[in-house]
Design a protein around this ligand. Structure first.
Ligand code: NAP
Length: 544
């Protein structure tokens, strides 16, 4: 590739590394780059056979961004930004995956990435102040620091129904979609789940499948995406905007280039409606994140905005039975992750697409030929697509057997209650850093690359600080972790999403302790707090 930014970079081979990074997604790639910039030896272990993390694994039909491509970006290099060209406003999975491969090539990262290498355990060794890390390849690494960039949504809920192994057709989880694709043309396909993933699958497969049967437990609010293919003029316009994005996104509430401009209480009903219509027409997440901030905290405002969207959905469907199944009735707009869609509702108006409600008549089992509901009804299928989501936030970290000081198990630690200091570290786990982990905005209440970059940079500066000051170990005190959790809970109690069941609060996984996973006080406030800590010489963190 002609646009190499770094021609040479130090190789991080060997078992006694400075830093082991887990995951070669958006976060891990940048973390590796930063570690090299600091002159440290670092390697990535990546479970997948390719680069891209989420964008490697989630290659199901219809997968695409719902942040706008020009702002779903790294902001540290204008050259890196300008030398990649997005073809559309909301890029496909394939394009995002290609972009991340471009990033890896441009920064010459590949030589320090071990693919097909899952980290299975990481045990802190107090005698040498290093982690002992085992991988699925049987290798052992002894880094001083581990940075777990495992992903917020990368532990898929795959085994959900009795009888799954007996099914004679094909069965897929969307986050484990085969690289070779799947030929579903003309087949009887069942889709379980109507979250952001299920919505994208349904609208992509409706024109392809012979019969598409969608099993709907909790419908989502449908917010239409206005996607456009970029012209040469639009490409130059978005590229020219780099400096503005670089200045604005990191200090914004959610890592986006829009924010609410008006307060609901200050406006007449007519003016409110005008703003709602304008945000709706924008066809982006602006309607959710930048129409009226009150929708997150005020039940009455939320009810009015929910009614606005419901009316739009009913008008699109123009069918009472479908509206009953597909229009949310028992929770407020924006209290679960709002996905953008493109013809999702209209897909159900096609004769080959069927909506089956499964709230009061749940899926009981997979049979050799289809899906059986509690009342005994069997839906005969050739293929089942499980868009059933993830053990979010904690899942990807907890499937690694992390053992901190005195053998403390991360799984046990979190089973009692999900707790971190700023989503960056945990007491009892020296020299373990995390990104996209619980109790930070990057745990999904943010445009992910923007919030992840901040965490990556904070971690890199922190490790540099420790080493430059002759330290070996850094760990948050139990007190600062407790204080952060208390602050997080206080903020969480004020937002309506804490009260609605969803993966945001862990209620989609049986037995998972309930806590809002993402910090809801804003990426800007989070950033300010984390920078204060750094400027204070990492007060609240024990360095020795
Ligand atoms: P999800 O939002 O957790 O949705 C899972 C779906 O499966 C829900 O509809 C759920 O119903 C259903 N389900 C689970 N178990 C079921 C069962 N036993 N019976 C019937 N239905 C069942 O997961 P997701 O759609 O994969 O999305 C997760 C997150 O990934 C999103 O919120 C988003 O942050 C991210 N994502 C982003 C994009 C994008 O940016 N373009 C695309 C896809 C995903 P209930 O709601 O009733 O539990």
């Amino acid at each position: 590739m002609s646009n190499k930014i770094i021609e040479k970079a130090p190789a991080g081979a060997g078992t006694e590394l400075d830093v082991l990074i887990i995951g070669a997604g958006v976060s891990g790639l940048y973390q590796l780059h930063l570690m090299r910039e600091k002159g440290l030896t670092a390697r990535i272990c990546e479970a997948g056979s390719g680069i891209g993390g989420t964008w490697f694994w989630n290659r199901y039909p219809g997968a695409r961004l719902d942040s706008e491509s020009p702002s779903y970006q790294y902001l540290f290099s204008e050259e890196l930004y300008r030398n990649w060209t997005w073809s559309e406003r909301f890029a496909t999975q394939a394009e995002v995956e290609a972009w991340l491969n471009y990033v890896a090539d441009s920064l010459a990262l590949r030589q320090d990435i071990d693919l097909d290498t899952a980290v299975t355990s990481a045990v802190w060794d107090e005698s040498i102040l290093r982690w002992t890390v085992q991988t699925s390849r049987g290798t052992t690494l002894r880094p001083r620091f581990v940075i777990a960039c495992c992903g917020m949504l990368s532990a898929p809920l795959t085994d959900q129904f009795p009888g799954q192994t007996l099914f004679k057709g094909q069965i897929f989880h969307t986050a484990r979609w085969p690289a070779t694709g799947a030929n579903l043309a003309g087949k009887r396909v069942g889709v379980i789940g109507t979250g952001a993933t299920g919505i994208q699958v349904v609208q992509a497969l409706a024109p392809v499948a012979g019969e598409l049967t969608v099993f709907v437990r909790t419908p989502h609010y449908a917010l239409p995406m206005q996607n456009v293919q970029y012209s040469a003029v639009e490409i130059e316009a978005y590229k020219s905007n780099f400096r503005a994005l670089q200045d604005q996104l990191p200090v914004s509430f959610g890592g986006f280039d829009f924010a609410p401009e008006y307060a609901w209480a200050d406006l007449s009903p007519e003016k409110r409606l005008e703003i709602l219509e304008a945000c709706y027409s924008d066809g982006s997440l602006k309607f959710w994140l930048a129409s009226f901030a009150e929708l997150f905290v005020d039940e009455e405002v939320n009810a009015e905005i929910s009614a606005f969207i419901r009316a739009k959905m009913r008008a699109r469907l123009n069918d009472d039975r479908l509206s009953e199944i597909l229009v949310p009735a028992d929770y407020g707009f924006g209290t679960r992750r709002v996905p953008l869609e493109n013809g999702f509702l209209e897909a159900f108006l096609q004769p080959n697409v069927h909506a089956v409600p499964v709230k009061s008549n749940p899926i009981a089992a997979v049979t050799p030929t289809g899906l059986q509901l509690a009342d005994g009804t069997v839906h005969e299928l050739d293929a089942i697509i499980m868009a059933t989501g993830f053990d979010a936030g904690t899942g990807a970290f907890a499937r690694i057997d992390f053992r901190g000081r005195d053998g403390l198990s991360l799984r046990d630690h979190w089973q009692k209650g999900v707790s971190t200091a700023f989503g960056l570290q945990m007491n009892g786990f020296p020299n373990l850093f995390m990104t996209g982990a619980p109790l930070a905005p990057s745990a999904a209440l943010c445009n992910m690359p923007i919030c992840l970059q901040f965490q990556n940079e904070w971690i890199a500066d922190c490790i540099e600080h420790v080493l430059e000051n002759g330290g070996h170990v850094i760990e948050p005190t139990a007190q600062i972790e407790r204080e952060w959790v208390e602050h997080h809970d206080l903020v969480a109690a004020s937002v309506l999403m804490s009260k609605t069941d969803s993966w945001y609060v862990g209620s989609n996984v049986a037995g998972k302790p309930r806590r809002l996973l993402a910090y809801a006080g804003g990426a800007d406030a989070y950033r300010t707090r984390c920078l204060e800590i750094a400027e204070s010489g990492y007060s609240g963190f024990d360095i020795h």
